[in-house]
Ligand binder design. Structure first.
Ligand code: AMP
Ligand code: MN
Ligand code: MN
Ligand code: MN
Length: 291
């Protein structure tokens, strides 16, 4: 029933601080058996991660975390079991990365008004490639002594209503699901308790997600409290969604949750890896895990 898996994590390809290879090795060391790398809006790390996983004997699930704007709100949709080379998916993600670049310039202008020097250069120093994330700005602001940690930077500068905030213009929910499904993957609503939306709107989101063929709900998340996990598992059950679990690990320096260190899927809920879709699209190396 309880697979030792971690189906949500980030590397240097997006806003994590370990390389894809280091992520797989860490997952292996922590005893994770099935591991997904799900970088924001980029598939670049998936091949080298898969190769490393093969070497050490870890089952690797190629993943993605797509930024979505739904009803004026940023929502994250995880895709699991995607083909990293899928053209429509990569074309869609490219547009999101271009938006990240433009948004970065706007964020930088706003931070300059708050007296920061060269915030764009500073943030890019922490970024590894095409993905420019608010996390990279946050690391720069910590380095500049503007706040004691990343969480404080978000609170003071980077969230709605704060001086460095720029609204997201991400993919539609429809596009995100069609890219994931077109690339052979399973769509999952990431960390559902994190969104600042009412219970009614969360139900609306789930309804639309299901209409578009979405199957998974990340009730077990490194960013959820135990209470939130129970509430989200109940919600998943009401909507017949399968439960996914992921640490959302970004960095050993800022551990909210270690890789794989999550509670089991509660009894009475159905894990995503018990779904027919998982068996068809992802499968498991160890048949014992399916019992
Ligand atoms: P972006 O996609 O560039 O807008 O950045 C979103 C990322 O910022 C998330 O994936 C998290 O890694 C990080 N993040 C968002 N809110 C917070 C927060 N309150 N504290 C720390 N990190 C955060
Ligand atoms: Mn992130
Ligand atoms: Mn997320
Ligand atoms: Mn994430």
């Amino acid at each position: 029933m309880n697979l030792h898996c971690d189906l949500h994590s980030h590397s240097t390809v997006s806003d994590g601080t370990l390389t894809p290879v280091e992520m797989v090795l860490r997952a292996y060391e922590k005893g994770v058996e099935v591991f997904a790398l799900t970088d924001h809006d980029a598939t670049e790390g998936l091949k080298e991660a898969a190769q490393t996983a093969d070497k050490v004997g870890l089952q690797f699930v190629p993943g993605i975390e797509i930024s979505v704007t739904w009803s004026h709100q940023t929502i994250h949709i995880v895709g699991l079991g995607i083909n990293p080379d899928d053209e429509a998916l990569n074309q869609g993600l490219k547009v999101l990365r271009e938006f990240r670049g433009r948004r970065g310039e706007e964020i930088a202008l706003k931070l300059e008004k708050k007296g920061l020097e060269n915030p764009l250069v500073g943030a890019k120093k922490f970024a590894n490639g095409e993905i420019l994330s608010r996390t990279h700005f946050a690391r720069y602001l910590v380095e500049q002594g503007r706040a004691k940690d990343i969480r404080q930077v978000f609170k003071r500068f980077l969230v709605k209503g704060k001086p460095g905030y720029v609204a997201g213009k991400w993919a539609s929910l429809e596009d995100a699901l069609s890219w994931i499904q077109g690339a052979g993957g399973i769509a999952v609503i990431a960390h559902p308790a994190r969104y600042k939306i009412s219970a009614t709107r969360l139900r609306q989101l789930i309804t639309e997600f299901k209409e578009l063929g979405g199957l998974g709900f990340e009730a077990i998340s490194g960013s959820h409290s135990p209470d939130e996990e129970i509430r989200m598992a109940q919600l998943a059950n009401q909507f017949d969604l399968f439960i996914s679990k992921g640490s959302d690990f970004h960095s050993p320096e800022n551990i909210y949750r270690e890789l794989g260190a999550m509670q089991d899927v509660p009894a009475g809920s159905i894990p995503l890896w018990h779904s027919d879709a998982w068996k068809e699209k992802i499968g498991l190396q160890k048949s014992s895990d399916l019992s």
